[in-house]
Design a protein around this ligand. Structure first.
Ligand code: 5AD
Ligand code: SF4
Length: 475
């Protein structure tokens, strides 16, 4: 996300393991040997755009392919199957895949299968074949389990295959999900979205809301804990709208507590919360259970009631602020982050100023800010959008300047405090590490310890900038 101030670990190398498969997966991989169009062993290249849901979907895709004997490779040139898992939340993101596909224009290699997955696939469907005739596979996120069978059809000579259902519950985790992040395990608990915000393409690309059974969620958390994960992050576009389809009918807050109670689990995160469904019992659960991380991502989108109404966000500024007050009333300090859209059709300067005043009032810990981007099928597409691009850019810059000041000031108050960090990165430079605190803040810190990766370290904050905290390991 380019337009954010979210804390980043720029100087540190990622400590992400390239491949992590369960024994069962490896065993099955040897049993099946996919044969490609030119008779060689199957290899795939997979590039992912977009949000954490997409990152995690790619972990599922990779798992499914590896379990069927495919090998993942680093470069498209080495792959028999080239896959792009795409994002269409804003136009720029959607264009990226077409520029990638353009690289194959004029020199399509008949032996390679080129596939478009995810939100652009779901949105554009078979039109992708017209724009890029060298693409032979188009598959939305609800059909990933069928990928091996689709590839088999292509390898057997079919020219084009699509998988575009979007209201099945088939994409929930499988035993073959191949997680990239060895420290934080992502877990989908609810797919799709029923909220119908006027600007948003997600209800069209990911379909209606479907919740996963609490028994299945808890089974997987137990497996993850047994495999050594101590931090899990429950995912959903509106994660707190979770509605347990089993007879247990667990509320979201009950599910959080049940996940935290799994032996071996030390941290539970969840994202993204919708303000309408953010209820007092979630804060009560966070108060009762310190393993529930002290962070809530609660997108507001705008500080103006007129714009919130036009966006169909289903809450007013005042109702949103009540939710913030509820979170601020918790016994622990809970970090709050948000998403904002500037330049929604018809947004006046006064309405924009109301968003700035909301930022000053709430004092968010991080902000993800975006210029409004008209998207296909959405209700706001029909609205007159008179705000020039330069004006949207100005509003975005003003918003970010205000947020930068707020973050700098907030971070300064943390100097001298000690935070527990799950260490997930190691710098090329000696003795430098990074990790996330329970609040999701990134700390870059020094330590003389030999190997800290995957451990919890107490770090004293010694310095702070707008984007990150600097510290030293307290031994
Ligand atoms: N234009 C700009 N930003 C958008 N978002 C969603 N749809 C659009 C759009 N059409 C933003 C919202 C959402 C975040 C994931 O992306 O802020 O919370
Ligand atoms: Fe999009 Fe609104 Fe659903 Fe979020 S809640 S995914 S912004 S429709």
């Amino acid at each position: 996300m380019a337009e954010t101030f979210h804390v980043a670990v720029e100087t540190l190398t990622s400590a992400v393991r390239p491949v992590e498969t369960g024994g069962e997966v490896a065993a099955r991989a040897t049993a099946l040997r996919p044969v490609t169009r030119d008779g060689a062993a199957g290899t795939f290249f997979l590039e992912t755009f977009g949000c954490q849901m997409n990152d995690h979907d790619s972990e599922k895709v990779a798992g499914v392919l590896i379990s069927r004997g495919y090998q993942q490779v680093e470069k498209p040139a080495d792959a028999s199957v080239i896959l792009y898992n795409t994002c269409s939340i804003r136009e720029k993101a959607a264009q990226k895949v077409f520029s990638r596909l353009g690289e194959f224009r004029g020199s399509p290699d008949e032996r390679k299968i080129i596939g478009v997955l995810g939100c652009v696939a779901q949105q554009e469907g078979e039109d992708i074949f017209k724009r890029a005739p060298w693409v032979s596979l188009v598959c939305g996120s609800a059909s990933y389990r069928k990928l091996p069978e689709m590839l088999e059809r292509l390898e057997a000579g079919d020219r084009r295959v699509t998988g575009l259902d979007n209201d099945t519950d088939e994409t929930f985790e499988t035993e073959v999900t191949r997680r990239d992040n060895p420290f934080r395990a992502f877990l989908t608990i609810i797919e799709g979205c029923d909220k119908a915000c006027a600007y948003c393409v997600v209800p069209f690309t990911r379909g209606p809301e479907r919740s996963r059974g609490s028994d299945s969620v808890l089974r997987e958390v137990r497996e993850l804990a047994e495999r050594g994960y101590s931090e899990v992050q429950l995912l959903g576009q509106t994660v707190n709208s979770y509605a347990d389809p089993t007879h247990r009918k667990m509320k979201f807050s009950e599910l959080l507590l049940a996940v935290a109670a799994v032996p071996g689990i030390r941290r539970v995160r969840y994202t993204t919360s919708h303000p309408r469904d953010f209820s007092a019992d979630i804060v009560a659960a966070m108060d009762a259970e310190p393993k529930l991380c002290e962070h809530v991502h609660l997108p507001v989108q705008s500080g103006s009631n007129e714009i919130l109404r036009a966006m169909a966000r289903t809450y007013s500024r005042e109702e949103y602020l009540e939710k913030i007050a509820m979170i601020r009333g918790a016994r622990r300090e809970i970090s709050i982050t948000t998403d904002v859209i500037v330049g929604f059709p018809g947004e006046t300067e006064k309405e924009f100023q109301e968003t700035l005043s909301l930022l000053r009032e709430v004092r968010y810990d991080a902000l993800f800010a975006f210029k409004y981007s008209p998207r296909p099928n959405t209700p706001s597409l029909a609205l007159h959008d008179p705000i020039p691009e330069e004006e949207k850019s100005r509003r975005l810059a003003d918003l970010q300047a205000v947020q930068r000041q707020i973050q700098s000031a907030r971070h300064q108050t943390m100097v001298g405090s000690t935070m527990e960090v799950l260490v997930s990165g190691k710098s090329r430079r000696e003795n430098r590490w990074s990790g996330h605190a329970s609040s999701n803040r990134v700390l870059n810190f020094t330590s003389s310890a030999a190997d800290l990766l995957g451990t919890y370290a107490n770090v004293r904050v010694t310095d702070a900038g707008p984007a990150s905290l600097i510290g030293e390991h307290v031994l």
